[in-house]
Ligand binder design. Sequence first.
Ligand code: GLP
Length: 262
Amino acid sequence: MDVIIASNEQEAGRIAAAHIAHALRGIERPVLGVATGSSPLSTYEDLGRRIKEGSLDLSQARAFALDEYVGIPADNPLSYADTIRTTVTEPLGFDPANVRTPDGMADDIAAGAKEYDEAIKAAGGIDVQILGIGNNGHIGFNEPGSSLVSRTRQVCLTRETREANARYFDDPADVPTHAVSQGLGTIMEARKVVLVALGEQKAAAIAAACEGPMGAHCPATLLQMHPDAVIVVDEAAGSQLQRKDYYADVQRLMPEDQRVVD
Ligand code: GLP
C-alpha cells in the first residue's frame, strides 16, 4: 500500500489521475471501477484534462460503478447511476452503453447483483478501481462488519452513513436504508485500487485503513492485503497518520524509472 499526502484537493486529483492513467497505458479497452461522492471529483477533472490534452482516451473504455441506492430510479438525479452519468460518463467521453451501475430497482436484487459480478468478470475484470472512503471506513457501501470476501449484494446502510449522505436529500428521512454494493471481494479483484480521501472528517478512517489492524470493523483496512493499492489523501485526511515522514520518503526517494506522477 502506497500512501501519498497531497497538499490540497487539486493536487490529490492530479496524483490519483496520474496513477490511473499510468495503469491504463497500453490497455486497448480498459475497464474502470468508478465511485460517486465528492472525493474523486478532482480526480475525474484531471482525467478530463488529460483527455483534452490527448494523453488519455477513454472512448473505448468500460466502467462499472461501485454502488447504487435501492429504490431510486436511474433517471432520478439522486441515483448513483445519474451521478456517474454527469461526473464520469459525459465529461470523460465514455460511450453510455459501456457504463454500468448496479440495479437498485430490480425485482430480484440478488439475481441482478450476481449478474453484475459476472459482467465484471466477462469484461475481463477491473483494471483500476477508484474509491472514496466513508467516515466509518466503508468502501463502496460495505459497512463495518461486511464480510471481507463479500460479493456484489444488497446491504443495509448504517445510521452514520445515512446521516452523512442526508446532505443530498431534501428530507433526511428520504435517504434510502439499503443499497446494492460491489463486495469487498469484488473490489479486491481489481488489478489496481486508487483511493482518494479529503478533509478532516476522513482522518480517523484513513489512519485506521493505512496503519490499523486489518478487520471488518474498518472495511478499508482490507486494502492492506491488496498488491497494488494507492491511497491519496490531502493533509487534513492524512493528519492522524503516524508514519507521514516515511510515506514522504518513499515518494522522494523513489527511483526515477518507478515514478508515476508526472
Ligand atoms: C458514499 C459512497 C462511497 C463514498 C462515500 C464517501 O457512502 N457509497 O462510495 O466513498 O460515500 O463520500 P464522499 O467522497 O462524498 O465523502
